[in-house]
Design a protein around this ligand. Structure first.
Ligand code: G4P
Length: 537
């Protein structure tokens, strides 16, 4: 907080800083080009100076996260990270979402920390399963979407056919911004229908980017000189139809989630990546108010508040540290600030906050609403925590989901019970999996949404805590948090000891053997709520 100025002028100074921030994520099906696009966005944003060298890329991707053995083995990205860059006066915070479907819960939490998303679609494949799932999460959270139809340098489907499919499957209005001039072997570049920029291929032919020319419009003779007759005729007919039959970008409709601006392009060949950044700057919403129970917190408020949406333990295996990723939700944060960990009565001096720039970290001296800071800590911060100057504020909307797979933990060496408990506690607080302790027998039951999380859990417990665990089937199919009158909940817990466990916060869950049993117990206990989600504390 700026203590030199009275609040009103402090708020006036905040507004333009916050208004120039764009915090977004990329959603896509694996292989559509998310990694390539991320690198190119960082390159065009000036955050990295070399990107897209295909040969070097796999290697770099590995070194970036080689602390996670399993990621190397499976060749997938299992943790989300944050990248910050500045371009043309706008500050972009790009949050990476894990691409694999098993990590939907982590992805969901990451999507709570963004104001908009870019959906990458492969021009040859159209809408794929994972894109659809992630899109639905965005819709649930009213996150507006810009569409990037990638790989137009390769043979792809007809642009209108793709547009129709997206519009139908996602129930969205689409607004074309850039359009391909031919595809695959006939690819000649892309045309920006809103700026008349012609992004052309190199004179030598092929599909490489050869520069941009500002034209007078679709009829500009420069196009006749650069594009062969048949391809140009088809492009002009398509572009005219696209501009006359489809709506122009309407910012309000986009921000309300009804309309998506569409960019055809090629991340690999640098087509329309800069246009996409311009679109994000022009249309994507600045930091939005954040829900806190019945109320929302205005980002332009002077008082600083932040929400921890992700915790990553043991990023450096030599130090048992954790990084809590916090989105600043309001105000201007400055290093050294004391923030209350709301609900615990504790306060925390944030002395070493970190910004994540492409492949570097930097001490964050100040940060504004919309920015993401990393806060190193020794386990005090948990996913869902609110950090604020105020003590009466708690952000909501960051749920845990009832796990779909439950397994009993088996410990290799019984002398290591203590370490195992610590590992399970740490990793469940990180949100990697949920851990329940049964009332009868004290078994540790791990609950996950996707099976891959179990492998990650076992591998990390072994690598980071030197404890070998594996999982055996548990006689439960699902878990439900118990809600309702505390007295009735306690009576239920006392009467069902063999099927009740505590979660990591000590809240009781009912473990059902199958759907039939869950229904039966629910019918017999109409005053108890069996909840599929729990708000993280
Ligand atoms: P992902 O993160 O969404 O999984 O996709 P990624 O960027 O890794 O891209 C998947 C593949 O698609 C990569 O090829 C990448 O080079 C290619 N690709 C991405 N964008 C474009 C594009 O605009 N045009 C063309 N033609 N290809 C594109 P790969 O051979 O599977 O990867 P690699 O082994 O070369 O790293």
């Amino acid at each position: 907080m700026n203590t030199l100025l009275p609040n009103l002028s402090a708020e006036a100074a905040l507004k333009p800083e916050i208004a120039r921030r764009r915090t977004f994520a990329i959603i896509s099906h694996p292989d559509a080009g998310k990694t390539t696009l991320t690198e190119k966005l960082l390159l065009f944003g000036g955050a990295i100076h070399l990107a897209g060298e295909v040969a070097a890329r796999g290697e770099r991707r590995r070194t970036r996260s080689d602390w996670m053995e399993i990621e190397k083995k499976r060749g997938i990205s299992v943790s989300s990270s944050v990248m910050m860059f500045e371009r043309d006066g706008f500050v972009f915070n790009l949050l990476d979402t894990p691409g694999h479907e098993d990590f939907s819960e982590d992805t969901y939490r990451t999507l709570t920390a963004v104001d908009s998303a870019v959906m990458v679609v492969d021009a040859a494949k159209g809408i794929e399963a994972q894109t659809l799932k992630l899109f639905e999460v965005c819709r649930l959270r009213d996150i507006p979407i810009i569409t990037f139809i990638n790989k137009v340098d390769r043979e792809g489907r007809d642009p209108f056919e793709l547009m129709d499919e997206i519009a139908d499957k996602l129930a969205l209005e689409l607004s074309p911004v850039t359009w391909p001039i031919g595809m695959g072997g006939q690819f000649h570049g892309c045309f920006n229908l809103t700026t008349n920029d012609f992004h052309r291929v190199t004179d030598a032919g092929g599909t490489g980017y050869g520069g941009t020319t500002k034209l007078s419009g679709l009829d500009d003779p420069a196009l006749d000189a650069a594009v062969n007759g048949g391809v140009l005729e088809e492009f002009r007919a398509q572009a005219e139809l696209a501009t006359s039959a489809l709506p122009a970008v309407d910012m309000e409709s986009y921000r309300e989630g009804h309309l998506s601006p569409v960019f055809f392009g090629s991340a690999l060949r640098d087509f329309c990546v800069a246009d996409l950044l311009d679109g994000l700057a022009a249309w994507a919403p600045p930091p939005r108010p954040q829900p806190a129970g019945e109320a929302t917190v205005d980002p332009n408020q002077d008082a600083v508040s932040a929400l921890v949406f992700k915790v990553q333990a043991n990023m450096d295996p030599n130090h048992r540290d954790r990084i809590a990723f916090a989105r600043i939700c309001s105000g201007r944060f400055s290093r050294g600030m004391k923030l209350n960990q709301v609900g615990t009565g504790k306060s925390l001096a944030v002395t070493a906050p970190i910004f994540f720039l492409a492949d570097e970290r930097e001490l964050a001296e100040e940060a504004w609403a919309g920015d993401i800071i990393g806060i190193p800590n020794h386990g005090t911060l948990r996913v869902g925590d609110t950090l604020a100057e105020r003590t009466d504020l708690r952000f909501t909307g960051l749920p845990r989901f009832a796990p779909e797979i439950l397994r009993r933990v088996r410990l290799g060496d019984p002398m290591k019970t203590k370490q195992m408990r610590r590992a399970l506690q740490d990793l469940s607080e990180e949100g990697l999996a949920q851990v329940f302790r049964t009332h009868l027998g004290g078994d540790h039951i791990v609950g996950v949404v996707g099976a891959l999380q179990l492998d990650v859990m076992a591998s990390r417990v072994a690598a980071e805590y030197k404890v070998t665990i594996d999982f055996e089937p548990a006689p439960y199919a699902t878990a439900r948090w118990l809600g309702g009158d505390p007295k009735l909940v306690k009576a239920f817990v006392d009467g069902n000891k063999s099927t009740v466990a505590d979660d990591v916060d000590g809240d009781p869950v009912y473990l059902a053997r199958n759907a039939w049993e869950l229904n039966y117990v629910r019918e017999r206990n109409p005053d108890i709520k069996f909840l599929e989600t729990k708000e993280m504390r």
